[in-house]
Design a protein around this ligand. Sequence first.
Ligand code: PLP
Length: 220
Amino acid sequence: MSAYQDVVENIAQSCKKSGRDEKAVHLIAVSKTYEVEDILPLLDLGHRQFGENRVQESQKKWPDLQQDYSDIVLHLIGPLQSNKAAEAVALFDVIHTVDRPKIAKALAKEMQNQDRFPKLLVQVNTGEEVQKAGVLPADLSGFLKQCDEEFGLKVEGLMCIPPVDEEAALHFALLEKMAQQHNLAECSMGMSSDYDKAIALGATMVRVGTAIFGQRATIK
Ligand SMILES: *Cc1c(COP(=O)(O)O)cnc(C)c1O
């Protein structure tokens, strides 16, 4: 069994244990730093959802693959600069990292221009870490209201990256609660080390890199 198939199997087990519908949990294979040759075996196995965290790196890797496999779902899971909004809208199907008015505004403009409407998630800085991207929990309601009323953006879910030194489950539970409060369907949470917990706590998208592809050469 490949590492990928192990992860798929673990996800099925986690769903069974926590009474979740397997179809409601999507595995995003995080291929950042990995090459097209590393991605092809997953495509051969029928996997179609992939995550990247840099626009530029993705532009080198994905357009040809998107031509060959029209049903690829490409997720941007890393920070987005507003000067990359056009490229991001053109390339990605889901953007997990909307986290400030400037980005929301730039995405809204590009989505209209290109008539392309990626699914949008708001990143929440659940650990309130100064160095980390994301809207603070206290600012989430206001930001969602602004996305809707000022920019006409439909936000469909929330995403978080828990602090490395804290119990991830607390952050997953908080994100799930906030998504419920705001009637948002998608919860993007859980990585290689904790996707089982995230599934138990309501994740609809888990972002798994190293458990599938192996340890990355550089930390990104
Ligand atoms: C790299 C990355 C992941 C995957 O992390 P692994 O520990 O390799 O599974 C998930 N989410 C984000 C935002 C990432 O940048």
